[in-house]
Write a protein that binds this ligand. Structure first.
Ligand SMILES: Cc1cc2nc3c(=O)[nH]c(=O)nc-3n(C[C@H](O)[C@H](O)[C@H](O)COP(=O)(O)O)c2cc1C
Length: 358
């Protein structure tokens, strides 16, 4: 039986073998705090590729040291970091998986203790290896240190940092790039009126608030080969009445489309604490609305844990790709498992393991 989750998908010059992909998930595992990928990243990302994913997106990877969420994040601001990622990319591709990377700057949510740090949370002080954070406006995220508002020269430098990181991602062999424009990190902070109270070209109207994101997209598009797909992850809504709405996001996606973005990875929230009605597939409706109203391909994400649920999202035209996050951490072989459950005739198993599936 053939299933839509196992249909290849082509975006620009890239064809992924199936539509069950792994979204970016921070591992906070660079113990040396130098942004350089380690054996953990090889085994973690390699295992997800071996498990049959059509594509795996490497965790939020900072374009500058100050853009890291925690001191243990990956970075791509120097060549050593590029060279450590290259063999991981090569291994993922050897498994038939497309390798993507999420380029990020954490803005006012940077310099925090990693989520699994024992007995410590919140901002890391400078005395403990933290740093001064930056943001569109000097408005702190609750219980985090106050950021410095970026001036226009600072914005320019960060645009250049995204461009340089994109070059390194291409040189490391990645098949595609995703820009992190969600979850209350820097680019989302600019987009959202909850965190952006600027009165220059980068604040005020939606057009002004989207300027930084579009400028980042432009320099990346300029830097990478024409046939390389470019994705953007957005928080479709802030889940707060005075924040970003789905109508705002639809407009931003229309602009992103005009600027050469190929797929929107549709998440939500996290710019301020909010009540989120989370449950199975709770964000899928946003992927559906964006796809329907803009014609831009979307990826659905958020509590998608079952093979038939993933298949249903695709067959009902709600999204083009399904991202399976935490379920992939529980079962790195989720795509192989899905093939069995859905009675798909050619599960994405590694050739070395074929005797286990006869
Ligand atoms: C351990 C962990 C790390 C995450 N790190 C990132 C990240 O680096 N970038 C990002 O955009 N989202 C990140 N997320 C969010 C996931 O990509 C995904 O959107 C979220 O977990 C919802 O999908 P799920 O219900 O399938 O897990 C992370 C989630 C988890 C569980």
């Amino acid at each position: 039986m053939s299933r839509l989750v196992f249909e290849p998908i082509t975006l620009r010059g890239m064809t992924a073998r199936n539509r069950l992909w792994v979204p970016p998930m921070c591992q906070y595992s660079v113990e040396a705090q130098d942004g350089v990928a380690t054996d953990w990243h090889m085994v973690h990302l390699g295992g997800l590729a071996r498990g049959g994913a059509g594509a795996v997106i490497v965790e939020a990877t900072a374009v500058t040291p100050e853009g890291r969420i925690s001191p243990q994040d990956l970075g791509l601001w120097n060549d050593e970091q590029r060279d450590a990622l290259a063999p991981i990319v090569g291994f993922m591709q050897s498994q038939g998986t497309k390798a993507g990377i999420q380029l990020a700057h954490a803005g006012r949510k940077a310099s925090t203790y990693r989520t699994f740090e024992p007995e410590r949370s919140g901002s890391v002080p400078v005395s403990d290896g933290g740093w001064q954070t930056v943001a569109p406006s000097a408005l702190a995220y609750p219980e985090l240190a106050e950021p410095q508002a970026l001036d226009q020269a600072g914005i320019k430098q960060l645009i250049a940092a995204f461009q340089a990181a994109a070059r390194r991602a291409v040189d490391a062999g990645f098949d595609f790039i995703e820009v992190h424009g969600a979850h209350g990190y820097l680019l989302h902070e600019f987009l959202s009126p909850l965190s952006n109270t600027r009165d220059d070209d980068y604040g005020g109207s939606l057009e002004n608030r989207a300027r930084f994101l579009l400028q980042v997209v432009d320099v990346i598009r300029e830097e990478v080969p024409d046939d390389m797909p470019l994705f953007v992850r957005l928080s479709a809504v802030d889940w707060i009445d005075t924040g970003l709405t789905i109508d705002d996001t639809v407009q931003v996606v229309r602009w992103l489309d005009e600027h050469g973005v190929d797929l929107i990875d549709v998440s939500s929230g996290s710019n301020l604490p909010a009540k989120i009605p989370s449950g199975p597939g709770y964000q899928v409706k946003f992927a559906e609305t964006i796809r329907e109203r803009t014609g831009v391909p979307t990826a659905a994400v958020g509590l998608i844990t079952q093979p038939f649920q993933a298949e249903h999202i695709l067959t009902t035209g709600q999204a083009d790709v399904v991202l399976v996050g935490r379920e992939s951490l529980r079962n790195a072989n989720f795509p192989i498992h899905a093939a069995q459950v859905l009675r798909h005739k050619t599960p994405p198993t590694p050739i070395q393991y074929h005797r286990a599936y006869r």
